[in-house]
Design a protein around this ligand. Structure first.
Ligand code: NDP
Ligand code: A1CAB
Length: 264
């Protein structure tokens, strides 16, 4: 077994979907644990990976361990498996607020520890992941980690102090983008467009706009200006969004998200 996931819910399975699609690991090289038999069955049926209800089996069978449980369960799962951890293991946290030092301290042994902040678009190979590591993670180890994260999207290595910002701008932001798409589709439905078609128009517009930012390298404001014809329709919508505090709402949402990460 090459890689183990303790917990395999929304984020774990999104990462594994990407890994399997790119063929970085085969199904029989991935072991995952769940809390319930129902979760185990879901992981087997959806992903076809090796499953167990025993977290210690994950640590005994893989050297790279991803902690994909909710942050409130981090301490209990680490305490459960720490006797089986060896210097060859690398423990990777993906939860907001669980620092490299904190993970190391709960493990009670000097260990390779890394943190990832992935996001659910990993499921379709379009994830964005921030990575940081402690001093025991070698450049070779990091290369292995990047090979994994690059398999389900893009990755950037960041200093740990930026992990809360990463959590806000990419870890959590898909939720805000989905709300935006849903709201745009609702408006199109109100104009008479069938709902399914409205999701296609709204989602493709978000996808295309994101690609323009990434591929042209142009400033988002300049790209926005290119859409706003003088005395046209778009600028009326811009005025309405500004009046409703759209920018400020987004700013405050990401700030709240990062602040919460710092407290966890
Ligand atoms: N969702 C997201 O967009 C992102 C999440 N994260 C982080 O990823 C982590 C997982 O989140 P997410 O996938 O959304 O959560 P989910 O609730 O979807 O999945 C949690 C998983 O943990 C399992 N589990 C719970 N307790 C235990 C235990 N004691 N031993 C073994 N497995 C256990 C559950 O098993 P069962 O299925 O049996 O209940 C489930 O498979 C969190 O730390 C979160 O902060 C990071 C970035 C983005
Ligand atoms: O909501 C959360 O806390 C997790 C972390 C990033 C995205 N989801």
């Amino acid at each position: 077994m090459k890689i183990g996931f303790i917990g395999c819910g929304n984020m774990g399975s999104a990462m594994i979907s990407g890994i399997l699609k790119k063929g970085i690991f085969q199904k029989d090289e991935i072991i995952v644990s769940n809390l319930t038999e129902e979760g185990s069955k879901r992981s087997r049926e959806k992903l076809g990976v090796v499953t167990t209800l025993d977290n210690r089996q994950v640590v005994k069978n893989a050297k790279t361990i991803i902690l994909a449980v909710k942050p409130q369960f981090y301490q209990e799962v680490i305490e459960e498996v720490r006797a089986d951890l060896t210097p060859e293991h690398m423990v990777i946290g993906i939860a907001p607020g669980k620092s490299l030092d904190w993970i190391q301290e709960i493990c009670q042994t000097s260990l390779k520890v890394a943190r990832l902040m992935p996001n659910t678009p990993a499921q379709v190979g379009e994830g964005m992941t921030g990575v940081c590591r402690n001093e025991l993670v070698t450049d070779d180890d990091l290369e292995q980690v990047l090979k994994i994260t690059d398999s389900f999207g893009k990755t950037q290595v960041v200093p740990e102090r930026l992990m809360d910002a990463v959590g806000a701008v990419s870890g959590c932001s898909p939720a805000y983008v989905f709300i935006f798409i849903e709201a745009m589709a609702d408006a199109a439905v109100a104009q008479g467009m069938p709902r399914k078609q409205a999701y296609q128009f709204a989602a493709q517009s978000v996808l295309g706009s994101a690609r323009m930012v990434l591929e042209t390298g142009m400033h988002p404001g300049e790209l926005k200006d290119m859409v706003c014809s003088p005395a046209g329709t778009t600028i009326e919508g811009v005025r309405t969004l500004e009046k409703a505090g759209f920018r400020s709402a987004v700013f405050e949402a990401l700030q709240a998200c990062a602040d919460k990460g710092k407290k966890m």
